[in-house]
Design a protein around this ligand. Structure first.
Ligand code: NDP
Ligand code: 8X3
Length: 269
């Protein structure tokens, strides 16, 4: 017997950005596990090899009921976003859920020493990319009855609620995600389109390796003496939100591991 959540997700087409690693990868797998009979998953990122591996892993785990389409997509490129929906095979074009997860942090520099390139990459990915994907997919939602239907799930961060030293640009991008998300929910009030934000605290993924430009020792030090969340912990919240009854909007969530109460209030053993 299928769960209520499995039935609600059955037949949906879901896009996950940044699915080559971490939270995005776990989210794609969790959708597949939760509704394994009839689902279409479009997994996107810049690393196509990793997306192809993910597609294989999903197939091995749940079988043929979930169709996975890996798509190479750099969300910081407006041109690639413009071509994204028109390039999809017809059977994948009726998107129901967009998970705007692709994002990154670069460095821990403080003003005035922040590299212009890092500022550009963080804003063009975390903010422009998320807005661009939303604008690319919303017209599909808006064609549907009742003014439109579908889900946009934006991955924000505790960093967007509580900025911290050494993270000013990243925090500003996540605050922008929060503002955009909240305005969008108000703009779409007369529709069935659900605008959902999921804000994780500390999650161990490639996030810190990217922050420290590939220095794994520095990244590991971030998580030493404490137990961070896993990407699966966040994936479960994303899928739960998408799997609610249509009239239920999990508008906003903040998820911490038990040792964390803010970006800087961390208990380390
Ligand atoms: P990872 O580094 O493990 O994953 C980031 C994903 O984003 C990768 O799949 C990467 O794929 C993708 N990505 C980065 N840049 C681009 C781009 N220009 N175009 C397309 N895809 C891109 O980190 P997380 O899983 O932790 O991060 C996922 C989201 O969660 C981010 O938005 C992050 O800000 C947020 N978050 C993370 C927290 C944490 O503590 N880890 C806490 C709060 C929020 P590829 O390199 O192949 O393009
Ligand atoms: C990631 C959380 O606090 O490391 O978004 O910036 S934090």
């Amino acid at each position: 017997m299928a769960s209520a959540m499995a039935k609600r997700l059955d037949g949906k087409t879901i896009v996950v950005t940044g699915a080559s690693s971490g939270i995005g990868r776990s989210t794609a797998k969790e959708f597949a596990r939760t509704s394994p009979k009839n689902l279409k998953l479009i997994v996107t990122a810049r690393r196509l090899d990793s997306l192809n591996e993910l597609a294989q892993e999903i197939k091995q785990e749940v079988g043929e009921g979930v169709k996975v389409l890996p798509v190479k997509l750099d969300v910081s490129s407006p041109e690639e976003i413009k071509n994204f929906v028109p390039s999809l095979p017809a059977e994948f074009q009726e998107i129901d859920v967009l998970v705007n997860n692709a994002g990154l942090v670069r460095g821990v520099a403080k003003a005035p020493e922040i590299e212009q390139e890092d500022i550009n990459v963080m804003f063009s990915t975390n903010v422009n990319g998320l807005i661009g994907m939303t604008q690319a997919v919303l017209p599909i939602f808006k064609k549907r009855s009742d003014g439109g239907r579908g889900d946009i799930i934006n991955i924000g961060s505790i960093a967007g609620r509580e900025p911290y030293p050494g993270g000013s640009i990243y925090c500003a991008t996540k605050a922008a995600v929060k503002s955009f998300t909240e305005a969008l929910r108000k703009e779409l009030i007369a529709t069935r389109i659900r605008i959902i934000e999921v804000d994780p605290g500390q999650v161990e993924t490639e996030f810190s390796v990217v922050r420290f430009y590939g220095d794994k020792a520095k990244a590991d030090a971030v998580y030493s003496g404490c137990e961070p969340l896993t990407p699966d912990d966040i994936a479960e919240v994303v899928v739960f939100a998408a799997g609610r009854r249509e009239n239920v909007v999990i508008a906003d969530t903040l998820i911490f591991p038990s040792h964390q109460a803010s970006p800087t209030a961390m208990h380390k053993k």
